[in-house]
Design a protein around this ligand. Structure first.
Ligand code: ASP
Ligand code: MG
Length: 414
């Protein structure tokens, strides 16, 4: 059996849903499990709704807009929109109910934000049925078991495997459609796996079902060596080793969610990244292979912040001081993207998140003079060649630079 994942862009409007249905139809003579994300930018809209509710803004208008967005899709797709309209009303009611509930913020966030995937999967499921596809709707909240870390659920693989394997028999007779990004804890409370987590969901299902492959359908022709919006002559990789793909995601390539590769590599399940706009193109195959000469891979990671801790008393940066810094970072759950030390200072680059940065600075200021710059971009060139090495080092606005034998990183104000 195969696992297909369709992200938000592939179900962003009625023509997109028709297009993804045509793709599914062309594979429907084999066992298939389909993971869908929320439609278009629904998850961002749901985050806005929560924010508006909390700050006394007009969340009702935002809910109405989101409902209208889905209604437009439904009206264009269905000959009889009645039953699906009822489902849409129910899910909107649930949204209001969860907003008004009091409780932990992250717990509430997951209950609300997960509804985007629920809505999307309900609509696509009904549309499949209308189009004559035999298909079962499965609720990922009861299948993907996580701990109770809301917004960043950690998968309980043992229980998840038991749950997901119960789908095996169904998959012999029908397609199964489920939701990306969402799961549930041992108390049946909804959790999510972190933003953009639907790719990871596809890998979880594939691993538990020992699928023959996973295909992520995207609006790009495959995994490319740079973002084509920035670098017009970017090329598609026909194939990539798991390790290379995993490292790309570490440096910030957003084409695949960082957690996706590991479960697949462990079971040797190939991952295809293909274009839903042009399904006949070969795309990229990520698998266990060796490639001797990869072209330079360029990743831009935006919204970076450079923090420098300076020693104030004419001593040098020593291991004890570094321990203090690392301790603060680890306690605040902040990941370092690059770091560098000099005699009297230690500098590092992190993703900018205002509340985390403030908490960090508060702690570091007890011992250091702290400086920081925001709005920076970290450019990583992996497998650089002479030309790319020289050209990225020559640009203006570089605040920090580092290179190894294979990788160059420059932190720039662009
Ligand atoms: N809908 C979720 C998000 O936008 C999950 C996903 O798209 O992968 O973050
Ligand atoms: Mg997405």
């Amino acid at each position: 059996m195969k696992v297909f994942k369709f992200g938000g862009a592939s179900v962003k409007d009625a023509p997109a849903v028709r297009n993804m249905t045509a793709i599914v139809k062309s594979f429907s003579n084999e066992p298939l499990l389909i993971v869908v994300s929320a439609m278009g930018k629904t998850t961002n809209a749901l985050e806005r709704i929560i924010q508006l509710y909390k700050t006394g803004g007009d969340y009702v208008a935002e809910i109405n807009a989101l409902k209208a967005f889905h209604q437009t899709i439904v009206k264009a797709l269905f000959t009889d929109a009645g039953p699906i309209q009822e489902a849409l009303d129910e899910i909107t009611e649930e949204m209001y109910m969860h907003l008004e509930q009091s409780g932990d913020e992250d717990w509430q966030y997951d209950k609300i934000v997960s509804l985007g995937e629920v809505l999307s999967s309900v609509i696509v499921h009904r549309y499949f049925l209308q189009e004559g596809l035999s298909c079962t709707w499965a609720d990922a909240r009861n299948l993907v078991r996580t701990d109770s870390t809301f917004r960043e659920g950690k998968v309980d693989w043992e229980q998840t495997e038991v749950n997901i394997r119960s789908l095996k028999e169904k998959l012999e007779h029908t397609l199964v459609i489920t939701q990306g990004f969402i799961g549930g804890d041992a108390d049946s409370q909804t959790t999510t796996l972190g933003r953009e987590g639907s790719d990871y969901t596809a890998a979880i299902f594939a691993s538990c079902l020992q699928a023959e492959s996973v295909t992520i359908w995207k609006d790009v022709p495959g995994v490319m060596n740079a973002d084509p919006k920035r670098i017009p002559n970017a090329e598609v990789f026909p194939e990539l080793p798991y390790k290379e793909a995993a490292e790309m995601t570490y440096y910030g390539a957003s084409v695949i969610h960082p957690k996706t590769i590991k479960p697949l590599a462990l079971k040797n399940i190939p991952l295809y990244v293909k274009s839903f706009l042009n399904p006949d193109l070969p795309g990229t195959k990520i698998h266990d292979c060796r490639i001797d000469h990869l072209p330079p891979l360029i990743v831009f990671k935006e919204n970076q912040c450079l923090v420098s801790c300076k020693v104030t008393d004419y001593t040098f940066v020593d291991e004890e001081q570094l321990t203090t810094i690392f301790h603060a970072l680890s306690e605040l759950n902040i990941r370092l993207n690059v770091m560098q030390n000099s005699a009297i200072s230690f500098s590092f680059c992190i993703d900018f998140r205002e509340n985390k940065l403030n908490a960090l600075i508060g702690r570091l200021q007890e011992q250091f003079e702290v400086y920081y710059n925001t709005n920076l971009t970290l450019i990583t060139i992996k497998n650089y060649d002479e030309h790319s090495f020289e050209s990225y080092r020559k640009q203006s606005g570089i605040l920090m630079e580092q290179s190894s034998r294979s990788t160059l990183q420059v932190l720039v104000r662009m």
